[in-house]
Design a protein around this ligand. Structure first.
Ligand SMILES: Nc1ncnc2c1ncn2[C@@H]1O[C@H](COP(=O)(O)OP(=O)(O)OP(=O)(O)O)[C@@H](O)[C@H]1O
Length: 134
């Protein structure tokens, strides 16, 4: 990228359960490691924020299917911007084509999106307050 001075793209494709999501996480970890900078300000870096977005996106867009217990039901375009020295300077994540029908209709043994089960399993508000005070 630095040598050619042009943007590069990596397309991760395969059938459901092939390992696209896990491979993409590894790719992002590698890019964050290579393009990360020392951050002594205590603020979260761009690369940290990108990596930390995965569990949030997966909660709303992943569900258990017959092929994969954590199947991504949406597409994701991750853009990572680098400065002239090859350091990560910004990032943008675009999602598209979420399988919206799953919200209303799920056939057994598949499940709805993880976020609904997380909400049901969440402790009552009074217990959350207790945890905060510890
Ligand atoms: N590198 C890996 N190491 C260990 N386990 C892996 C790896 N890649 C994939 N797996 C296993 O395979 C499962 C499916 O992988 P993943 O969710 O990445 O598939 P996918 O291609 O993104 O599927 P989908 O299209 O349904 O979202 C994971 O939950 C994990 O158990």
């Amino acid at each position: 990228m630095i040598k050619e001075q042009i943007s590069q793209a990596i397309l991760v494709s395969g059938e459901s359960g092939a390992g696209k999501t896990e491979s993409t996480k590894m790719l992002m970890q590698y890019l964050a490691f290579m393009g990360g900078r020392n951050n002594n300000t205590g603020e979260r870096s761009v690369e940290q924020k990108v990596l930390e977005s995965n569990p949030v996106l997966e909660a709303f867009g992943n569900a258990k299917t017959v092929r994969n217990n954590n199947s991504s039901r949406f597409g994701k375009f991750v853009e990572i911007q680098f400065d002239g020295r090859g350091r990560i300077s910004g990032a943008a994540i675009r999602t598209y084509l979420l399988e919206r029908s799953r919200v209303c209709q799920v056939s057994d043994p598949e499940r709805n999106y993880h976020c609904f089960y997380m909400l049901c399993a969440a402790p009552p508000e009074k217990d959350i307050k207790k945890v905060k005070h510890v």
